[in-house]
Design a binder for this molecule. Structure first.
Ligand code: NAP
Length: 273
């Protein structure tokens, strides 16, 4: 794909992977970047970085978990800055909690943003792209969308669902000349994972490397873009020897079943009575 002269909307653009993708696309010659996240001040900072490269940037502060707000904002953005050629669905949230201690409110947050938020904005933009008979949509899933991780049950479930959503849309929207791609980053050093207990032996990559892998994958026309050779190895391993990958994932996961865990669980149950 050629990014020259394209208008791109990136969600989750205020920091982390979304910010890195927006900056990389500016360097690749995109004409205009519409930057979506909730925090105006951070969006303004990223917009300034993009403008410094000589590319137009439009900060659009928006809570993607609020469908009415999203509906109005996207209609206005399309009218003022459209057509949007490329949508990058990168906003996401993750909580690391053992399932037995999980809070329903966190589960709801993950589903509201990672799934419903993606669904809402994608539907609004895909309908308009279909009228134009052109467009590309990138949905950011995760390596955890292929291999579910202990302590991340709901997050993994949303990322598996994103791959199914992407696969279905890829077939369905191709007749409207819309391409639909999934990006599956592995552990990346961003705010999202800063307070996580990391999995043993897993070394994080950088948001910049994820952005570069996306550009490379899109230029090659890859439908599911993995980041780094380790991800390819894990996905192939899971196809050939799923029991082994499950064992490794169990072994490398944080929160082993300990006395302290059982104590915490008792406390959680006492608090929820
Ligand atoms: N980091 C990793 O290890 C990793 C690995 C695999 C996949 N991923 C995926 O990559 C994507 C980006 O993750 P990241 O690590 O860059 O996370 P991050 O640093 O926490 O950034 C999350 C972004 O989403 C925005 N956001 C959060 N809630 C929002 C809402 N309700 N409405 C609109 N925007 C919202 C945040 O901005 P505001 O707070 O200002 O709204 C921020 O820009 C996510 O989909 C994540 O699941 C991450």
């Amino acid at each position: 794909m050629n990014f020259q002269g394209k208008t791109v909307l990136v969600t989750g653009a205020s920091r982390g992977i979304g910010r890195a993708i927006a900056l990389e696309l500016a360097h690749q010659g995109a004409q205009r970047l519409i930057l979506v996240a909730r925090t105006s001040s951070r969006l303004a900072d990223v917009a300034a970085e993009i403008e410094a490269v000589g590319v137009e940037a439009v900060p659009l502060a928006l809570d993607l978990a609020q469908p009415i707000q999203v509906n109005i904002a996207i209609a206005q953005a399309w009218r003022d800055y459209g057509p949007i050629h490329l949508l990058i669905n990168c906003a996401g949230v993750a909580y690391q909690t053992p399932f037995l201690q999980a809070q329903l409110s966190q589960v709801q947050d993950e589903i509201a943003l990672n799934l419903m938020g993606m669904y809402t904005i994608t539907r609004l933009i895909a309908r308009r792209m279909a009228v134009q008979r052109q467009g590309t949509i990138v949905n950011v899933s995760s390596l955890m969308g292929k291999i579910a991780a202990p302590t991340m049950a709901t997050y993994s479930a949303t990322k598996f669902a994103i791959l199914g959503f992407t696969q279905a849309l890829r077939s369905e929207l191709s007749r409207h000349n819309i391409r639909v791609i999934a990006l599956l980053p592995s552990l990346t050093d961003t705010d999202m994972v800063r307070n996580f207990q990391w999995f043993r032996w897993v070394i994080p990559t950088t948001p910049q490397k994820v952005a570069q892998a996306l550009i490379k994958g899109m230029k090659k026309g890859t439908p599911e873009i993995l980041v780094g050779w380790q991800s390819h190895l894990v996905v192939w391993g899971n196809r050939l020897l799923p029991w082994l990958i499950e064992k490794i994932s169990r072994f490398t996961a944080p929160y082993p079943e300990t006395q302290q865990d059982r104590q915490l669980l008792k406390q959680t149950m006492a608090n929820s009575r």
